[in-house]
Ligand binder design. Sequence first.
Ligand code: AMP
Length: 407
Amino acid sequence: MRNSYNGRGSRFSGSRNARPNRSKFPSKNRRKSNYEWSEMDLIRTIEQTKQFAAPREKEYVPTHTFEQFNIDFRIKQNIKTLNYKIPSPVQDQAIPYILSGRDLIGIANTGTGKTAAFLIPLIDKAFKSRNDKVLIVAPTRELAEQIYNDFRHLSSGMQLFSALIIGGGGMRKQIGDLRRNPNFVIGTPGRIKDMIQRKLLDLSEFNNVVLDETDRMVDIGFVQEIKYFISLLPLQRQSLFFSATVSSKVQEILNAFVQNPVQINVKKRETCANIQQEIVKIERNQRKVDALFNMLRHEDFRKVIVFGNTKWNVQKLSDELVSRGVKAGAIHGDKRQNQRHMILEKFRSDEIKVLLATDVAARGLDIKNVTHVINYELPKTYDDYVHRIGRTGRADKSGIALTIVGA
Ligand code: AMP
């Protein structure tokens, strides 16, 4: 069987048969985030990544310990409880600037520890000055939830209140939470706008604002919402801006948002050395879904994220796998928030072993011990590919990314 798995995560014979054109390394242009690439581009990129295996990134030596930061001891205690031993590079560099009140541009992607980099100093600020209010805007419900959970852990026992303002269900609770005058409001653009229009949220009160993963918000189409929010904010504020990339649209937002900012750049190498990337080529007479099903039966595939390109395809594939007895669930934009939440929790706790997702639904997901990412459908751009495969191989664990082609 050509696409059978050897059990150790290395050999899909199809990758050798794919005959990549090794003479042409994809040019810089080709790797631009919005470049629509072909199957051949993908095969070439994966082969070349293997050929020119990236050297390991130099180990970063932080210049601070958490103990040295001028923050309340309760936060330090909470950091210890989370078992964060030393600051990550973005934390090491950003926290002192944010504590000093500067606006900041962080060029950082997920997995760098950027959430704690802005939460730690902002929690300290709000704790010391109870009238301070913090607004954090994130592109997806899942990312907003992760920030909210990190906030709860880092501010435990400090009597700071927060509201999670995200689309899909829970409107009554969210309104109730906003009426309690929370110190932190964390949410997604659509629902935040809704709350502003219902006069339940007054942005002129927020003197601390974080735009997180701004490039993703722009990709999803939230440019107008973000500009609208900026127009409502007080002029006197601290503005923190995070984005992995800065396109011209992102730059426009940035210009309207920050004042005299300090910029730090801590992007992790995108194609992680600890992710093994392989191509799986399907035989002409074989059905793609059968190939996937055969892989998933292998015992090494313990925690797997399968990517498709549309909500419909992802749901259909999930239904098919479930009907074949696979413990699987799907997340995509048509699912209600509580359904998505439930499926993610089941996946996290190993109640289901396969999570099917669209790119947007999986943005920024940080789930430990994902053994495999499978591209059932080809990602549309290089950035999407890198983001997808980065859901495995997290926290220095190794992971395997498989891309199915040729069916
Ligand atoms: P983020 O980039 O904010 O999504 O964080 C990625 C992961 O790193 C999350 O699971 C955090 O809990 C974790 N993390 C953040 N800061 C640290 C740290 N200093 N040490 C260890 N893990 C951390």
